[in-house]
Design a protein. Sequence first.
Length: 387
Amino acid sequence: MRETYLSQRVSSLKPSGIRRFFDIAATMQDVISLGIGEPDFDTPRPVVEAGIRSLQQGRTHYTSNAGTIELRRALTANLERLYGVQYDPVNEVVITVGGSEALYLTATALLDPGDEVIIPTPCFVSYQAEVFLAGGVPVEIPCRMEDNFDVDPARIEAAVTPRTKAILLGFPNNPTGAVATRERLLEIARIAEKYDLIVISDEIYDRLVYGGHRHVCFPTLPNMRGRTVLLGGFSKDYAMTGWRIGYACATAPILQGLLRVHQYTVMSAPTIAQDAAVVAIQDEDESVMAMVEEYDRRRRMLVPELNRIGLPTFEPKGAFYAFPKVSVTGLDDETFATRLLQEEKVAIVPGHSFGAGGEGFCRISYATAYEKIEEALRRIERFVNRL
Ligand code: PMP
């Protein structure tokens, strides 16, 4: 027998730090989990009903590869309404199995072996893995708390080599909650033009922004529509993680490449989930706003409390994560999270899971009931005071 039948590429891929932690937490009792990156809200009722209706109407077949034209139309109309960006629903959009598939398609369709992708970190755990699985080389650029975890254009430009193909941005950011400023994004746009790079912009948390901050949709920046792949999804904004609907938008020559990969890997996203997503986009603005309001209420309680407890925490402006600097306690992030779980039964995620830029921090999700966050804070305070 061979030692392994797995490819070298897969063998060398580390399992996600998040899952490992939650497998441990799942074996314990009375754990408060502030770890998983998913809304605690159920999908809005009218969306669920649309899914049921779809099933009852016998919509149990494939859709067209790119997704139903109804959903593509609803989506592009919404992007135009929210950000003023225009995509042709016929050949510039693909509906995917979550934002995750959109990311996979993009990496597979764009990268040749050895192509480098510049990725500001900390970032969503899949970015480096997807680039690597597609044969590309992730090049991490740390974002710093002193800089509000915004992207640093100078660092990006310094990382450009003749092999650089793309810059992969994720704002509002998981795990820091940072929202990139327009000024910084304009500088990234300038770099993309200067070196002829593609920008992959994962905007899956686009509607979850707080305190008067505004999300900047990358392809709306001057000259950027043609060199951007816009990624998004329904998991976060509409509390639809289990429905598995996401999307990618790009100009036709790029989008058609993504679509080819999609055709041969998943055929089409789930039909009933696409039908439900149309209702989410067309009728559920108020639900989104109500969820944003509640996330904001938790954020305004959580972040000052973490700072008071002695864990310096940047004020997140989007998504639903706080990112305290735990290294001030003298523990590294892995030890802090492990001991907090063992000693106080609170599950949070060590920051190094999100790339080099996350070392010394931990991610705390506030997509959890207010009262649970309050109790978790009591436990965290007890733990920190003991150190
Ligand atoms: N992008 C980011 C930044 C995320 O945090 C996530 C989920 N955690 C995804 C993409 C993928 O989400 P989904 O596949 O559920 O749409």
